[in-house]
Design a protein around this ligand. Sequence first.
Ligand SMILES: [Zn+2]
Length: 377
Amino acid sequence: MIRVGLSEGQASAILTADDAYVARDALTGQGLDKFAGNTLTTITVKEKKLAINGKAISAKAVRFLIADSRTMRYLSVAGKKYHGNIVLTLAKDGTITVINEVKLDDYIGGVISEEMSPGWPMEALKAQAVAARTFAVYSLGLHNEDGYDVCATTHCQVYGGIESESPEGLRAVSSTRGEIMTYQGKPIYAAFHASSGGMTAGSEEAGGIALPYLKAVRDPLDNATPNREWQVSMTAKELASDLAAAGFRVGTLKAIELTPLKIGEGAADRYASGRLKQIRFIGTTQSVVVPGPKLRWIVGLPSTLADIRYGTEKKTTLNEKGKIEISGPNTVIVFQGTGRGHGIGFSQWGAKAMAAKKKYRDILSHYYKDVEYSFLF
Ligand SMILES: [Zn+2]
């Protein structure tokens, strides 16, 4: 079982099921109420207590279950159907937290098609299933303070319950049933992203610690990614103002220092894959050094496998000298790069291309080094 936080801060929650269902005190297991199938139950907060259909109860958390667990019937909350149980808890601030207690592979079934199109090759889908399952197991307890394991957003993994399932996604989950990647016997941090842009990132490249199984690797088949090459442009003035808004005040921008990009070549200011480690911005009041991953969010870059062009609206020149002199506030600065996402671990577009010839474990072992495969059940 995994506890997935569906929503927080709710004043109320509305539940139903397509068969008879019951409510129990989630801590003691004591029965609280019974409901016929297809009837709505409203849970609110009344005088700092949970209330079922307006009647306050002493339980701090209520578990809703299908009465006959042998039936293939499901609970719905906020209009969406879920496998497993729904638990509603009273948070410290007096609001309701909605949690889905679900078997791990039923959860992965509601994740995989949010992450990868069901129309993609089966070996890519299987690789995604194993990566998503491993990521989930690694993340167990991440949201313990909120009373659950993982949230249902991009912070952990997007999960939409039964509505998000697809036959192909479910097939990929069942044909890799319980399978995860481990390193020295432990589940790995199975990060993944949309497109590596030609080379993945080591785990340290997005500001994390260096993990032995997450090293930068060449990813030549990633080149079929649509919109893989991208550009983000702005004037020097706009760039200085974006930097200032993030706390990096330089005054008027005068110059930028950055080693030219060569994919797969590190430098003092670039990681091993070539991704931005830091950029120096020189201004009239001071110069600042901005970490690459931070710059990505400040100016909205699809990835940090990037370089800079500069010039006028009509003509820009690629950064080849490592130092860009800015002639005025209207100088155009173009960040140009390749790939989408943080670049760590499994590249979904790379996997899609690789799946034409390779099995899912070969795909995964390309991105995650020296991992082993084991089964949880
Ligand atoms: Zn989360």
